[in-house]
Design a protein around this ligand. Structure first.
Ligand code: G3I
Length: 316
């Protein structure tokens, strides 16, 4: 089974994977990633972020992102951009800076329009804003919100739209996959952007899940987003477990991947699914959550796990 081909046949735009530049020296890894019937889309996991692209004010470095753009183009894969404005992985001149509102607005505009403009025509859809909310649905306290209030969101979206009118603009977050205060906050933000005429095309549900804990309201919550008239993308799917992995955990993980893909399948506005790298060899999970891992559909030796069959079955 080839997951992107199955996704296309099932009416979706893509099934894809995140990747990262240091992994591209691993030829076995790249061989699987480059099969465009398995992965029709890729996302750079780090190399388009602010610290990588504008490490000093006004000094832009595109080489890491370009490597991923070239890979996608060479493979005939769609590219999802990630990201313009996020509280994390900021260069210190941004995160530690003291700015007037006018200064920071201009900095956000310049950053977004420069990176989006640089890759205009290459990025099919873009996670423009990442993780603006706390889990209780209040705004995250970061340099953007603390200096600008929520206006930084519209500033970034408008700059991105002007720089590349064709790329679909998204906001993504975690813990908005099921109904609750954080999902409601995102829905309210989308409504207020729409009411103001600010460009917003879609919402990204990150979907960093734990085995056995996929929210039961995933599909109904997707329908609530769809009712706003925006696209939905699953942008960072992985489903981790407490190690060691067992057959029972793998079996539950298969069920959970199936549940997530089936929800996207059931909601027409859900355009595609991206896993946050395809192999446990390069998953972000173990370094962040001590004792947890095995979150991806391929194990660290590139062997498909039961989760793979759970995804394939949901598209079939
Ligand atoms: O760039 C430095 C390098 O110079 C240094 O030698 C090395 C030593 O540790 O660290 C490198 O930075 C790492 C960076 O990835 C680039 O490889 C950071 O330590 C590491 O923390 C960082 O992790 C990334 C993480 O975002 C940061 O929060 C993960 O790879 C990336 O997969 C992850 O992705 C995020 C999404 O962007 C947003 N949603 C959550 C998701 C998971 O955290």
């Amino acid at each position: 089974a080839k997951l992107h081909s199955l996704a296309k046949t099932a009416g979706k735009l893509y099934f894809g994977s995140a990747t990262d530049n240091p992994e591209l020296t691993d030829t076995a890894y790249v061989g699987i990633l480059s099969d465009n019937t398995m992965f029709g889309q890729i996302t750079p996991g780090n190399s388009m972020k602010w610290d990588a692209t504008e490490p000093e004010q006004g000094t832009f470095t595109f080489s890491g992102g370009q490597q991923i753009v070239d890979l996608a183009r060479g493979n005939g894969q769609l590219l999802r951009g990630h990201n313009c404005v996020w509280y994390n992985q900021l260069p210190s001149w941004v995160s530690g800076g003291t700015f007037t509102a006018a200064e920071l607005t201009s900095i956000v505009q310049t950053h977004c329009s420069t990176i989006v403009g640089h890759w205009a025509g290459e990025i099919v859809n873009l996670t423009c804003i990442t993780e603006p909310f706390n889990d209780d649905g209040t705004w995250r306290s970061d340099v953007f919100y603390n200096t600008l209030g929520e206006s930084f969101v519209a500033t970034a979206l408008m700059a991105a739209r002007s720089a590349d009118p064709t790329t679909k603009l998204y906001i993504n977050d975690y813990n908005i996959e099921g109904s609750g205060a954080k999902a409601t906050a995102m829905q309210n933000l989308i409504k207020s952007l729409q009411a103001a005429g600010t460009p917003i095309d879609g919402v990204g549900l990150q979907c960093h899940f734990i085995v056995g804990e996929v929210p039961t309201t995933l599909q109904t919550n997707m329908e609530a987003f769809a009712a706003l008239g925006v696209e939905i993308a699953i942008t960072e799917l992985d489903i981790r477990m407490t190690l060691p992995a067992t057959a029972a955990l793998y079996d539950q993980q298969k069920t959970d991947y199936n549940t997530v893909v089936s929800a996207c399948q059931a909601v027409e506005s859900c355009i595609g699914i991206t896993i946050w790298d395809y192999t446990d060899k390069y998953s972000w999970v173990p370094s962040t959550f001590s004792g947890q891992g095995a979150a991806c559909p391929w194990d660290s030796n590139f062997v498909k796990k039961p989760a793979f069959d759970g995804i394939a079955a949901a598209f079939s």
